[in-house]
Design a protein around this ligand. Structure first.
Ligand SMILES: [Zn+2]
Length: 307
């Protein structure tokens, strides 16, 4: 027996579905519609408009129902009414493939890469689908972060992509064409971030107060004056002084959120090359969603239940 061979590790997380499995499961429009129907209405179909349970299937039109409470002649709706798939001519099979690819790619995939992978439709189609899926990835049921939390800001975009420059230069130096993003991360949990325009220092404080529970055991930040009132707002707040090359003092550091920033930046530089301010919030949705579902064995289902 070859001693060098390590015994196979027991996976701690259930393996995710492969592309082949996913494509086999969702190879027909009916299979996709059944999946959406059961995700949307696990306890039976309700009206897409008024939520009434008294709905009737439309004869000879599968996945269509009507509700007489909304309209006495019957309000008609289908399984995709009110979802991101509504009013599109693209097959659900294609939508599902795009959604799968966007869930699985850690660094993100550009519309061009998606277009090449699915091998059908136009680039514009792929771009449209990606944009709608990113919008659906937005966290609608936000819960404040708990545990040990780090908060930090960074600059995205602009011409300066020199990775050798220290982050400090990005923060205090030339910020022309860049957009500020602020984020908070629970060390063992979720990340939340948002784009900031016209950053006033009040913004940092209020962002933390909106996103972080006051019951956290620690909020770690750098020395930026934007966070100076956190203590007065009841947070256990400790700082490291990056301008003096102080990065870790005991449990006080911002390494977790720096890790998320580098994932985001590598993804944006590698896959999207250039991100305009208009679309940056959508990319933040995408990277946040994937990060927050990094241990979710069925991230695909998590995404599809938001559409
Ligand atoms: Zn109704």
């Amino acid at each position: 027996m070859d001693k060098k061979k390590k015994p196979p590790q027991t996976p701690t997380v259930k393996p995710r579905y492969t592309l082949t499995q996913t494509m086999a499961m969702f190879s027909t429009e009916d299979a996709c519609k059944t999946y959406i129907r059961d995700l949307r209405w696990p306890n039976g179909v309700v009206c897409a408009r008024c939520k009434d349970t008294n709905v009737h299937e439309v004869a000879k039109k599968p996945f269509h129902w009507q509700c007489r409470k909304c309209n006495k002649n019957g309000y008609r709706f289908s399984v995709i009414t009110g979802t991101i798939f509504e009013n599109t001519k693209y097959p659900l099979v294609t939508w599902f493939q795009v959604a799968y690819l966007m869930c699985q790619s850690k660094k993100g995939m550009s519309a061009l890469q998606i277009h090449q992978q699915i091998g059908s439709g136009s680039y514009e189609t792929a771009w449209y689908m990606c944009t709608r899926i990113r919008a659906a990835m937005k966290n609608e049921t936000f819960e404040k972060l708990i545990g040990e939390v780090e908060a930090d800001e960074t600059w995205i975009g602009g011409k300066d992509s020199n990775k050798h420059l220290s982050k400090r230069i990005g923060k205090r130096g030339n910020t022309v064409g860049k957009t500020m993003v602020i984020g908070a991360i629970s060390r063992k949990g979720n990340v939340v971030c948002q784009m900031i325009e016209g950053a006033g220092f009040n913004t940092f404080d209020s962002f933390v107060r909106e996103t972080v529970s006051q019951k956290v055991t620690l909020v770690a930040t750098d020395e930026s004056p934007g966070y100076r009132h956190l203590g007065a707002h009841g947070f256990v707040h400790r700082t490291v002084n990056h301008t003096q090359n102080q990065y870790v003092v005991g449990s006080t550091h911002t390494n977790t959120i720096e890790g998320f920033w580098s994932l985001l930046k590598r993804g944006i530089v590698g896959s999207y090359h250039k991100v305009s301010k208009d679309y940056l919030p959508l990319y933040l949705n995408e990277f946040t969603f994937r990060y927050n579902h990094r241990n979710d064995p069925d991230i695909f289902r998590a995404l599809l239940s938001r559409v």
